[in-house]
Design a protein around this ligand. Structure first.
Ligand SMILES: [Zn+2]
Length: 713
């Protein structure tokens, strides 16, 4: 037995030396029968007596030939597959789903004659579709579908001969029925109609990490941007969305060509999909019909997918060494758009990023960025996107804007059409920034966790040398950080009345004392109030918001007990709408005990004049706010006329770990603003509606936290 295994292993090793260099494919698809037919002429290289590669094991292979001679082939058994995968060092999950391992025996003289032609085909019709966002959700999707509803054939269909971790160079001629337009990676180099068929040719000089075959009854929209064709492939009925997409693509291409260098493809297409998706492929994006109609897609997600054409889709990720590309894409897309708008939204974005890490990631589910592949939960997103994005922010703070943006451009220039790692990235940042950034890998890429910092004992005194007139103030304070230690450039905001003076101190020890001098009277200090550092937040730094309450544990809805019956009935309907899955307990204020309140996430419906609990905690709302039946005071503004409804979140006064929300309306009509509509406002701490329209919304400012200290003097 051992001998057989050893022999097989030796054969496999030899086999692995044969590589596929490129593909020249003729493909035909038939929606009515779900059939895909492929004739692929591959070029091979290397030494060995057999070619080993992956193909859909549901396909039937008609013929494999080299130089007119038919070659013997077989599907490897399960045991042999395991051994070959181990021998070749392929990832253990290299053969998922429909993947089968094909072994083609080569006669003497091949690969000296390095062209092999394979003819194969079969049905592709997996109706399992899942709504998914981004190229990161690939494992959750269908393994491919060819039908009257549309054509989606992906790398995970294993529809072309593939060797794991190898990039794919291809050209392809696709034949489909009249009325069907086809999309794939790379450039469209020809399209003609003949004999009632549509023939489309694709080609590209550089390799891809996977190839898709997409087709549908598309109406094509066009715009030119330099040498780049901007295209929309939309279903009839969606054409009116085209001009907005074409203009937005042009805008993003301009932005990223300036930031990152030339766009690497001859086209960029926005393609409508027949199932819900938000995928980004090299040179196109595939968005579901509902998705293309969402307002934030054009403003954020489209730009994110276009940015992926520089990395993710042309500098590839070396998956064994950690996925760096989502964090970098978020940093130059989602986050960057807020930064260039020059509002406080970018600060808010960083705070929310730290909040999500603090809320969703704990010892049990934390992992190092090195081990990030794809997001599949709030925690993997908080690390793979959020922490990663903050690591790029940290690098930028360390080397400055010019070096940072110069380095990412240089990184693309150097690694395009190759796989790259965190080390490759950090190497370019170090070189362009003129600083060794090895600490980034040590503290943030290979280590789990985040720093947690505390402010200990701040005080200020006047600097009054030799009894001469006051020249300034000295602030003394200590900072502590948890183990393991980080090197942190900590921003300290000094409150000098109408404004803040910002100074930076370097924290490297577990506890360090600092002294700063300022020329104006200081009223207090605040440590990293706008979240420049990647760190775990203090609970007090996280303003309560609606999503925390609606998603909270042990929800208790406390209803009004007094008031007119129409209003009470309205409030009961709000309670029912917010009681998703019937998981909450519903009671009136008179029925609840303090014990029960302290254990619960609270939704208090009715203002102080209707609800005894709202009355009891009237003064507890943050920032002097008021939500009552006569109207509301929110964000310093009072509203008392019209049909009004107000909503305000706070911490549960009996348990600071949990949230509470108070909501009230001044008439039965205004109650319609509450209820399930509020679920769309999850990111906010407070909301005000007038005559059914939202007029005030926001997130509470953090005014007290362990990182803020006011001075007595
Ligand atoms: Zn992405």
């Amino acid at each position: 037995m051992q001998l057989i295994v050893a022999l097989l292993a030796a054969a496999a090793l030899q086999a692995g030396a044969i590589q596929i260099v490129d593909h020249d494919m003729a493909v035909e698809f038939e929606p009515s029968t779900h059939i895909l037919k492929v004739t692929d002429t591959i070029t091979i290289a290397g030494d060995g007596q057999s070619l080993v590669a992956i193909l859909n094991k549901g396909f039937s292979i008609e013929r494999i030939a080299a130089g007119g001679v038919e070659l013997p082939f077989r599907w490897a058994s399960e045991q042999e597959t395991g051994e070959i995968v181990a021998q070749l060092g392929w990832p253990e999950d290299a053969l998922e789903g429909n993947a089968g391992l094909l072994v083609v025996d080569l006669p003497v003289g091949v690969p000296a004659l390095p062209k092999l032609t394979l003819s194969y085909g079969g049905e592709v019709y997996d109706k399992k579709m899942e709504a998914a966002f981004g190229r990161e959700s690939i494992s959750a999707q269908t393994t491919g579908l060819i039908g009257e509803e549309g054509v989606y054939v992906a790398p995970s269909t294993y529809w072309y001969l593939w060797q794991p971790e190898e990039l794919v160079v291809y050209k392809m001629e696709v034949t489909g029925p009249e009325g069907w337009e086809v999309m794939s990676e790379g450039d469209i180099i020809g399209r003609e109609e003949k004999d009632g068929k549509v023939v489309t040719r694709f080609g590209f000089d550089h390799p891809f990490d996977g190839i898709h075959l997409i087709a549908g009854h598309f109406v094509i929209g066009r715009e030119q941007h330099g040498n780049v064709d901007i295209l929309t492939y939309f279903f009839p009925g969606s054409e009116e969305l085209s001009p907005r997409y074409l203009a937005a693509c042009k805008r993003y291409l301009e932005m990223y060509e300036e930031m990152l260098g030339p766009y690497p493809f001859g086209k960029f297409a926005v393609v409508e999909n027949f199932f819900a998706s938000g995928y980004g492929m090299p040179s196109f994006t595939l968005l579901g019909s509902q998705v293309i109609r969402l307002p934030f897609i054009v403003d954020i997600s489209l730009g994110h997918e276009i940015a992926h054409n520089w990395w993710g889709n042309s500098v590839y990720v070396d998956w064994r060494r950690g996925n760096w590309c989502e964090g970098l894409t978020v940093y130059v897309a989602d986050y960057h758009y807020l930064e260039i708008a020059e509002t406080a939204d970018a600060d808010e974005y960083r705070r929310n990023t730290l909040r999500d890490y603090t809320n969703y990631v704990s010892h049990g589910n934390d992992f190092a960025l090195r081990d990030f592949h794809a997001r599949h939960s709030a925690a993997t997103r908080a690390v793979g996107y959020g922490k990663s994005m903050m690591v790029f922010h940290t690098i930028r703070r360390a080397i400055g804007d010019e070096a940072f943006f110069g380095a990412i451009k240089e990184f693309v220039r150097r690694y395009q059409w190759q796989s790259a790692t965190w080390e490759n990235l950090l190497g370019v940042f170090s070189e362009v920034g003129g600083a060794d950034l090895g600490w980034v890998a040590e503290e943030y890429i290979d280590r789990t966790g985040a720093p947690f910092i505390e402010l200990a004992g701040a005080e200020s005194e006047t600097v009054d040398p030799d009894g001469s007139p006051i020249r300034g103030w000295r602030i003394k304070f200590a900072l502590k950080q948890s183990q393991p230690l980080y090197g942190l450039d900590v921003p300290v905001h000094i409150d000098i009345g109408d404004e803040y003076e910002v100074q930076t101190v370097r924290l490297e020890e577990e506890q360090q004392e600092f002294e700063l001098t300022v020329g104006s009277h200081p009223f207090g200090i605040s440590i990293d109030p706008d979240c420049q550092l990647f760190r775990r937040l203090h609970r007090e730094e996280i303003p309560p918001v609606l999503s925390q309450i609606f998603g909270g544990a042990d929800k208790l809805i406390v209803l009004s007990e007094t008031g007119d019956e129409a209003k009470l009935e309205g409030y009961r309907q709000v309670a029912a709408a917010l009681n998703r899955g019937d998981k909450a307990t519903v009671k009136t204020a008179a029925e609840v005990s303090d014990d029960e309140l302290a254990r619960s996430t609270l939704i208090i419906i009715g203002g102080p004049s209707e609800n005894a609990l709202a009355e009891r905690w009237e003064e507890m709302l943050p920032n002097g706010s008021l939500v009552n039946t006569g109207g509301f005071v929110l964000a310093g503004e009072e509203h008392a006329s019209g049909s009004l409804a107000g909503v305000a979140c706070m911490r549960n006064p009996l348990n600071q770990e949990l949230g509470a929300v108070v909501m009230a309306a001044n008439d039965a009509a205004a109650i319609n603003s509450l209820g399930s509509r509020l679920l769309h406002y999850g990111k906010y701490s407070y909301l005000g509606f007038k005559d059914g329209r939202n007029i005030v919304k926001g997130i509470w400012k953090v005014e007290t936290s362990p990182l803020i200290q006011k001075f007595e003097n």
